[in-house]
Design a protein around this ligand. Structure first.
Ligand SMILES: [Zn+2]
Length: 292
């Protein structure tokens, strides 16, 4: 009989690949997701699709009202940072950190594992691209594993030796994408954006969108969800000014002419910066980046 594992599944690239790894290692997977009041609850639809596509034996979505606690741009009325430079994303603890989230999630996974007779818990944390999250670090994972075996009846009675698996912890986003692709993951099912647009598309500018774009670019693979960011409008309708490189990426702010009147933004892998930059737009972009 296949060993059972509980796999934390948000519906993003990382947790989806972690589930694929667990399946490839022969585990009977019980996927666990959380409807915690997150701004991007759209990810739960992806989690459902991913769990079905990767053959999870069970998929449980627990409701937790972390919005009542707040303290994060994902669970409170705090703006989600947009268009941050890659260097900024990789340093410090961002406002999208949800207080103690992985401890909350792993605690629930541990409870479900104890009931299910599972000794193994998979979590798709990684430290390279988003090093600012304290509950993604190896020392945190080791401490939680120690706790798991002290805090449960199954652990104390010696019936279980809980292990927390972090198969992605030392991988870059590009490595994770390559690993998922090797395992047959359909990344079109996944969702990354923290701040979906009103029409349901990914914003293309939050940290999660930028890391996703960077990962696919560095893996030299197309993002099957890239169309979510919307097709570029007709060139004849545009006045385009390049607004400067942020890290290894170029952000382009586009003013639509005439009745369209709405400002839209895209990011994409780095073409060479244009010499035709508009000074006012550069200042505007610097101000926008600084405000996040
Ligand atoms: Zn986004």
């Amino acid at each position: 009989m296949a060993p059972r594992a509980v796999v934390l599944l948000s519906g993003g690239l990382d947790s989806t690949t972690a589930l694929a790894v667990a399946r490839a290692e022969g585990y009977e997977c019980h996927a666990l997701s959380f409807d915690y009041g997150q701004r991007h609850a759209r990810e739960l639809e992806s989690a459902r699709r991913v769990a079905a596509a990767l053959g999870a034996t069970a998929h449980l979505t627990l409701r937790l009202d972390l919005r009542a606690i707040g303290g994060s741009a994902l669970t409170a009325d705090i703006p989600v940072p947009k268009a941050r430079a890659a260097e900024a994303i990789g340093t410090g603890i961002p406002v999208t950190y949800v207080p103690a989230r992985n401890t909350i999630f792993l605690s629930h996974a541990l409870a479900w594992a104890e009931v299910n007779g599972a000794q193994d818990i998979f979590i798709g944390v990684n430290v390279l691209d988003a090093s600012g999250y304290p509950d993604c670090r190896p020392e945190y994972i080791a401490a939680f594993e120690h706790l798991a075996n002290l805090a449960t009846r199954a652990g104390v009675e010696g019936r279980s030796r809980f292990r927390i698996h972090t198969p992605l912890i030392a991988l870059s986003k590009a490595d994770i994408i390559r690993r998922g692709r090797e395992l047959g993951v359909d990344f079109s099912l996944t969702w990354s954006c923290y701040a979906p647009e009103a029409d349901g598309r990914a914003c293309g500018l939050c940290d999660a969108c930028l890391l996703r774009s960077k990962g696919f670019a560095e893996a030299h693979l197309p993002d099957p969800r890239a169309a979510d960011k919307g097709p570029p409008p007709p060139m004849s309708a545009l006045g385009i000014c390049f607004v400067g490189a942020l890290g290894r990426r170029l952000n382009v702010r586009v003013r639509l002419a005439g009745c369209l009147g709405r400002r839209r933004s895209w990011t994409f892998p780095p073409p060479a910066p244009s010499a035709a930059c508009c000074g006012a737009e550069l200042a505007d972009a610097a101000s926008a980046a600084g405000s996040t």
